[in-house]
Design a protein around this ligand. Sequence first.
Ligand SMILES: *[C@@H]1O[C@H](CO)[C@@H](O)[C@H](O)[C@H]1NC(C)=O
Ligand SMILES: *[C@@H]1O[C@H](CO)[C@@H](O)[C@H](O)[C@H]1NC(C)=O
Length: 427
Amino acid sequence: MRSLLLYFSLFLLATKQSLISSEQFEVDGKVLELNESNIDTAISTFDHIFIDFYAPWCGHCKRLSPELDKAAPILAGLKNPVIIAKVNVDKYKSLIKKHEIDGFPTLKIFIHGVPTEYYGPRKYDQLVQYLKKFAAPDVAILNSDPGVTEFVKEAGTGFPVFIGFDVKESMISNLAIKYKKKAWFSVAKDVSEELMSLYDFDKAPAIVALRPSYSEQSIFYGPFEDKFLEDFVKQNLLPLVVPINKDTLRVLKDEDRKIVLTIVEDEASDNSRDLTKLLKAAASANRDLIFGYVGVKQFEDFVESFEVHKKTQLPKMIVWDGDEEYLSVNGSEWIHGDDQGSQITRFLAGYREGNVIQKRISGLSFTSFVSSFFGIGTVCMIIFMVGMLALILIFTKDDEPTTDGPRQSPPGTSNVSQSESGRDKED
Ligand SMILES: *[C@@H]1O[C@H](CO)[C@@H](O)[C@H](O)[C@H]1NC(C)=O
Ligand SMILES: *[C@@H]1O[C@H](CO)[C@@H](O)[C@H](O)[C@H]1NC(C)=O
C-alpha cells in the first residue's frame, strides 16, 4: 500500500512536471522567445536548452536568427531533444551580468542547467550536428544489433563514429569526454557474427572507427592502453587523405603530425582521383604523417602560399608543418608521368632521409588567411580597432560601434569587452 502511494505521488510529480513545461512553454518546434522572468524556469525545465543571447541591433544576431528558425524543429524532434530559445538582452539588461554576456550573440547550451558556451558553426545544418552531439551521452551503450545500426544511422555523416565491441565503457569514457566535440563514441556488448562481418573485424574486443562522409573505416585490436587508444582516436578523426578546405583546416590546427600536402590542378579531375588512391595507400603505411590534397581550382588563395604559380608543374608534393614552414624534397617536387606510385615512395624516402630544402610560406597572404580561418576574429578585431581609432581621431569622442564584428559588445560595457567584441569564438 505504501509503495502504491509512493508510485502515485511519483506519478503526480511527473505529470506536474510535464504540465509545467507544456503550460509555460509551448514546445512546437519554434524558437522560444524568453524574458527576464521565465528564463530560469526554462533552463530548469528542459534537459537541453540552447539560448541565443542577442541584441536586436547586432548584424550577426540577425544573420543567425533564420538559421535558428530552421534548426529548432529538427532539434525538437530528436530522441534527446534540444530546445532552441533566444532572449533579447538589450531589453532585459540584468541578464548581461547574470549570464556573463560579453558580446552579441553569446550562445550557450544548458545541459541539465549547466551552461557551456557554444563556439561552433552557425549554419543550421552544422548547428544541428553539433548540438545533437552535445545532447547525446558521452558514450552510448548499445545492447543489440539494431541498437548499433540505429546509432550509426542517427550519428549521420558529420563526425567520425567509434564503436567499441566488447570494450568496457570505462576504457574509453575519458577519451569520449576529451573528444566529445569531434566524434561519436559507443560500446556494444554481445557481438554477433553479423556485426563482425558488417564491420569487417574477426575478434573482440575491438574498436571500429567509421568515417561515414569518406566511406572509410579502420579497426583497432589493442593494446587497450590509454596512449594507444588515444593515438587510434586521433588518427581516425581525419580521413586517410584529407581534402584541404576551411573545415578540415580547422581540425588540422590541433594536429601535431606533419602534413604531406599534394597540390593538384583540380581535385575533381580523373587524374587527381587516381592520385588520391595512391596517396591513400601511402597514408595507411605512414600513419605518423597526415596526407592532404588540395586543388588550385578549389582553393587558390591557400595554394599560392606554397610557391604555386601559373608555370608550376603539378602535381606538386611538399611536407607542411601546418604553420609557416614547409619542406621540399630535393628532386621530388613534381609527381608526374605514369609511375606516380613509386615517385610518392621516393618523395617519402627523401623526406625521411632529410634530403630536403626548407622553405617559408610566401607573402602576407598566408598570415591573413590563417587568421581568417583559424580565428576570423583577429582580422575583424584589427579592422574594428582601426575603425574605432579612425572614428575617435575624426570626432575625438566615442561613437556607438556599428561595425559588423562576429560579436558586438553591449553598449556601455567596459573597454575590456569592447576589445573582445571582434573575437569570433568559432571552434
Ligand atoms: C515573459 O514571457 C511570458 C510568456 O510569454 C509572459 O507571460 C510574461 O508576461 C513575460 N514577462 C515579462 C516580464 O515580460
Ligand atoms: C639536390 O640534389 C642534387 C643532386 O642529387 C645536389 O647536387 C644538390 O646539392 C641538392 N640540393 C640541395 C639544396 O640539397
